[in-house]
Design a protein around this ligand. Sequence first.
Ligand code: CA
Length: 242
Amino acid sequence: MTVRDPGSMGHAKPMILIVEDEVSLVTLLRYNLEKEGYRVAEAGDGEEALTLVAERKPDLMLLDWMLPSLSGIEVCRQLRRKPATRDMPIIMLTARGEEGDKIRGLNTGADDYLTKPFSLPELMARVRALLRRAQPVPQKGMLSWGDIVMDLAAHRVTRADRPIHLGPTEFRLLQFFMQHPGMVFSREELLDAVWGPDIYVEPRTVDVHIRRLRKALNCDNESDIIRTVRAAGYALDAESAA
Ligand code: CA
């Protein structure tokens, strides 16, 4: 596994906020994150997490599901409602392994999800991948498709001149589709292109992010620009752009 110097991703070392009430796990996570060069803040419950997010402006949050006061789900929901934290990368940690909970966690707005007990290298790989995804790659130019315009430099999306707010993963997904209009991509191909080949994410995760992207793009009941191709994957729909 290649270890990227987190310091090379920006001027300051990324700040990771650990929100977890299990003290031994916090200690373990802090030790390993600091060893990789991250700055670390910690909160033991949901209320404290919200306060610390406002004060320390973390670059990424590791958020436990089961917390005293506010649950991880509720913290996530609140952060996604505010413009300042709408795009903050969040990895949900949980002891529950059921598929329903997982999808619920992602639907609340988490970017990734790990079931306890997880391996530390796996966690670190996901932290790096998500920070990379959230880091706007310096790019120029505009992409357009039908009434959708992406300004890559400003990291802005509009549909029919109405601003569209997308999370980091949805932004990359849309960008990838718009760079390859009409082409059909399987879930695995989308995972490689958007999440990166070095990370294992379940293919169903793609469906959740596609759903979020669709919801963001179609909030005015416009035509759906993403076509689901049965047993094959997804594509930007040629007809909807006409
Ligand atoms: Ca807990």
